[in-house]
Design a protein around this ligand. Structure first.
Ligand code: 5RP
Length: 219
């Protein structure tokens, strides 16, 4: 399988985690898009979805899948989303698509996080992919200076306004040996809305696309 076929295979494999008659949490990105397309085949078996971005909500609605406001949802058995990097311990960097804050909120509500990714996303140490940090616009320069103190090289993502009306700093040059600690440290910086480390709440299951099939890694 090539990379696109691996993405399609993991998107398809995630369907077996979708709980009938329940609401499913849906992530953002090219792999999540393929999951949404696959989910369309079982749209009459689910109650609906909550989406981590306006982009995914539009795609879900395009398939005739009802999109619920998260505040209306008490129980979310499963959240399915991609990742920019993931370790064997199922800690992730996310936010390449700019949707990290809503992704983290939906993931926090979900009982189970199913990560779908092709094998290029599996890394021994997080940080080669620049870590996205969503910031309140007026705090951009201050947060950037604080991120430099943590050893990073922040770059403003040009032309990007998040669904929440904020900006994103992409932090280069980090070798993240303790993702749980760094996630907390960055969250302590005033003006940070959210960062793309998903370590305190990592994935529960990784469906990893390999050339010869889908590997399942579960904690
Ligand atoms: C979006 C994300 C995506 O999950 C991540 O960027 C992976 O995307 P893709 O499936 O296109 O590689 O975190 O904010």
């Amino acid at each position: 399988m090539n990379q696109q076929e691996m993405k399609q295979a993991v998107a398809q494999a995630a369907l077996k985690y979708v709980v009938p008659d329940a609401i499913v949490g849906v992530g953002t990105g090219s792999t999540a898009d393929l999951f949404i397309d696959a989910l369309a085949a079982m749209k009459y078996d689910i109650k609906g979805a909550v989406a981590s971005s306006e982009r995914s909500a539009a795609r879900l609605r395009g398939h005739g899948i009802e999109v619920f406001d998260l505040n209306q949802v008490n129980d979310l058995p499963v959240y399915v989303d991609g990742a920019d990097e993931i370790t064997q311990h199922l800690a992730m960097i996310k936010g390449g698509g700019g949707a990290l804050t809503r992704e983290k909120i939906v993931a926090a509500v979900a009982r189970k996080f199913i990560c779908i990714a092709d094998q290029s996303k599996l890394v021994p140490v997080l940080g080669k992919f620049p870590l996205p940090v969503e910031v309140i616009p007026m705090a951009r320069a201050y947060v950037a200076r604080e991120l430099v103190k943590l050893g990073g090289e922040p770059d403003l993502r040009m032309g990007c306004t998040t669904d929440n009306g904020n900006m994103i700093l992409d932090v280069h040059g980090l070798s993240i040996l303790d993702p749980v600690k760094l996630e907390s440290d960055i969250n302590q910086i005033t003006g940070v809305v959210c960062n793309g480390l998903f370590a305190r709440r990592g994935a529960n299951v990784l469906l990893l696309g390999r050339p010869d099939g889908v590997e399942t890694i579960a904690l």
